[in-house]
Design a protein around this ligand. Sequence first.
Ligand code: GTP
Ligand code: MG
Length: 197
Amino acid sequence: MNVEFIGSFPDLKSRPERELPEFAFLGRSNCGKSSLMNYLMERKGLARTSGKPGKTRLLNYFLVEDRFYLVDLPGYGYAKVSKVMRKQWWGLFERYLLSQDRPKAILHLLDSRHAPSQQDKEMSTLVQKSGDPFAIVATKIDKVLQRERMENYRRIIMDLDLSANIPFLPTSAAKKHGREDILSWMEDLLAGADQDV
Ligand code: GTP
Ligand code: MG
């Protein structure tokens, strides 16, 4: 995969001028957004990952195959971030998710070990309100026993009040699982709805 890091942008206004479909990676801090992106792009260390939550702070744009962007969003729900900063981030998410000036789709990531947090639920409401195509991506499934996975997936679907047609994609960046399903979801959107991704 030919991938180019385009840059980090503090707000919507400063985004890359060139308009292409965007796939945004949204999720709680430390849920595995950057790791999943590296796994998808097959480029270790391209998106910065960290054991410390709160690593990604800006809108990070990666250009893939000169066709679309992957956008690494800051993680929400990081306890050590100040109230002011949290409010700023929430505003940024809201503006980004509800913006309709450019075609986009959302990958909402949830750590498969945990029940959705209050913020996960609020974010999901916002995503559903955006009207954009989105998928739920369950991360770190290598950390959950096989026999417990279904129950955890069900809990996520129930707690986020997701309708049955929303794609649910289990993944593990550590064990390299789930890449094909995500890429084919993306390809379907790119192929189907030129204007509508
Ligand atoms: P922020 O940028 O802070 O929002 O975090 P993030 O969502 O980008 O998470 P990141 O990819 O940095 O990963 C957080 C931690 O989880 C790191 O220690 C990763 O190594 C670990 N991790 C990510 N994906 C997986 C996975 O599939 N399995 C396991 N076991 N660990 C993972
Ligand atoms: Mg990150």
